[in-house]
Design a protein. Structure first.
Length: 295
């Protein structure tokens, strides 16, 4: 089948291209050129309908990874966040439906949940995002599912939890906690923790998320479904810092600063539905994934 991967030059999109490129005719769409050769990439902007219309022509499946992904940036510049994550998604959905695309896989985020009322979080947990990024991703979910209901196009929503890899941009001020910790220990410095470090997260390697998206792109009979994508393992930020230092061979104590305002205390994916309907099980342990980034 013909597959379009948006955000194909990004951390997650590049893994999705590797996952699907050997089995399908693949095209990427990104605002920047590709990381490496091997994938035909259209340089374009999902906020521009002409670029999107050109990209979806002749496509069977769209895997929509392109997004503004920083919570901090969404609070600083909510207009750009909404233009990318909401208007860009609507452009893709509308042009995909018009071009008779069969399936649309929407990459959402665990940020749509907001402050958990219980953990682990299943797909039925209330969605009450506490920041603009989570709100924009939830809006994208709603539009994707609405298009599946009202148009002849299938839609599958995937909610990744905290994914990481060596392909994350270490120079971005909005990098995730793992990328920041790795940067610190590579300089021989202790990780800096916001708050007491007892807040917990569900960390999953980006290549495992890409495998999940590959299954969602290929699987029939799951249109209209929403799936969690995580490791199903809870790790405190303090334990993460200690593991990173141990793997690097540093005998240091983490530094602590003021907690981040509005930080969610605990986040953990319930993978029951994903295992049952898609047969998903992550392959890369946190220790192995961190070891790869430190090698």
């Amino acid at each position: 089948m013909n597959v379009l991967v948006t955000g194909s030059s990004g951390q997650l999109g590049s893994y999705v291209c590797e996952r699907l490129g050997d089995k399908h005719d693949l095209t990427g769409l990104d605002i920047v050129p590709p990381r490496a050769g091997g994938v035909e990439t259209l340089v374009g902007d999902i906020r521009k309908r002409d670029d999107v219309r050109r990209a979806v022509s002749g496509v069977d499946v769209v895997v929509h990874c392109a997004a503004q992904v920083s919570v901090e940036r969404s609070m600083e510049d909510p207009i750009t966040d909404a233009e990318t994550n909401v208007i860009g998604t609507i452009n893709l959905l509308h042009e995909s439906a018009t071009a008779n695309v069969k399936r649309f896989v929407y990459v959402s985020s665990a940020a749509v949940f907001g402050n958990p009322k219980y953990v682990p979080l299943d797909e039925a947990h209330p969605t009450q995002p506490t920041n603009n990024y989570g709100a924009s991703k939830l809006a994208g979910e709603r539009f994707a599912l609405a298009y599946a209901h009202s148009h002849d196009i299938e839609a599958v929503v995937v909610r990744p939890f905290n994914f990481y890899s060596s392909r994350a941009d270490p120079d971005s001020p909005y990098s995730g906690v793992i990328t920041r910790f790795i940067g610190r220990v590579n300089e021989g410095k202790a990780p800096v923790i916001e708050g007491d470090g007892l807040q917990t997260r569900d960390f999953i390697h980006a290549s495992d998320v890409a495998d999940f998206l590959g299954v969602a792109a290929e699987r029939d009979g799951v249109s209209g479904e929403v799936f969690n994508c995580g490791s199903g393992m809870s790790t405190s930020v303090l334990d993460l810092a200690r593991l990173v230092m141990a793997l690097k061979g540093l005998a240091l104590e983490p530094e602590h600063i003021e907690p981040r305002k509005g930080d969610i205390r605990h986040s953990l994916a319930d993978l029951g539905k994903s295992r049952r309907m898609l047969g998903f099980s992550p392959k890369i342990t946190l220790k192995d994934g961190l070891g790869e980034m430190l090698s």
